[in-house]
Design a protein around this ligand. Structure first.
Ligand SMILES: [Fe+2]
Length: 206
């Protein structure tokens, strides 16, 4: 047994909501291919943890470079899981203006829904992988944060409430290079009721 052995549970992919196969402007083919990538992150996470349980860098059978590679890959796989669970969970709605508690937070912290949307869209166009609207618990307000990959750049003590995937796999089949059109389609399919459940579940107060 390795000196660094630890216990872990395998996890399984969450099922895909049927409503996601009937979105306006994001095709069934895109969602099905995208969901397969998510399943891949889940499988990768399980595989990496299993390999980490066997790699002991302090013995002749393991190296620190191998250990490091697995540790870094784990952040990518786990990021891919968390980002995509947010993404799939809050699609399937009718979009429109943010309503309820999230609407009040957006108005308070960005001035208007339009200003929030413009900043999120610009963040998504500037990003290589992700743009998130997150509630920063230290500042007590929302920000639109940027991510280039599944594991960059998380901000500690901030909770993502909107997760916009701008990797090409999210839109290439439907929009080719027109990422802005895809971002509009994403916004048109957001389910604000789901986001408001998160806001209320986390106890975020407008
Ligand atoms: Fe993705």
């Amino acid at each position: 047994m390795s000196a660094l052995a630890f216990n872990f549970e395998e996890i399984t992919a969450r099922p895909l909501k049927p409503a996601l196969l009937e979105l306006d402007g994001i095709s069934r083919g895109t969602i099905e291919a995208h969901y397969k990538l998510y399943e891949g992150y889940v499988a990768k996470r399980n595989e990496i943890l299993s390999r980490l349980a066997d790699v002991d860098p302090t013995t002749a059978n393991g190296t620190y470079s191998e250990f490091r590679e697995l540790k870094v890959e784990l952040t990518f796989a786990v990021g891919g899981i968390k980002n995509h669970e947010l993404y799939f969970d809050h699609l399937g709605g009718d979009g429109g203006e943010p309503s309820g508690a999230i609407g009040a937070l957006v108005d308070r912290d960005f001035g208007s829904a339009g200003a929030w949307r413009d900043d999120l869209r610009a963040t998504g166009l500037a990003a290589r992988g992700w743009a998130w609207t997150a509630y920063d618990w230290d500042e007590g307000r929302l920000f639109n944060y940027i991510g280039d990959a599944q594991n960059t750049f998380p901000v500690w003590n901030a909770t993502p409430l909107v997760a916009l995937d701008v990797y090409e796999h999210a839109f290439w089949l439907d929009y080719r290079t027109d990422r802005a059109a895809y971002i509009d389609a994403f916004l048109d399919n957001l389910d604000w009721a789901v986001v408001n459940e998160w806001v209320s579940g986390y106890g975020i107060k407008p």
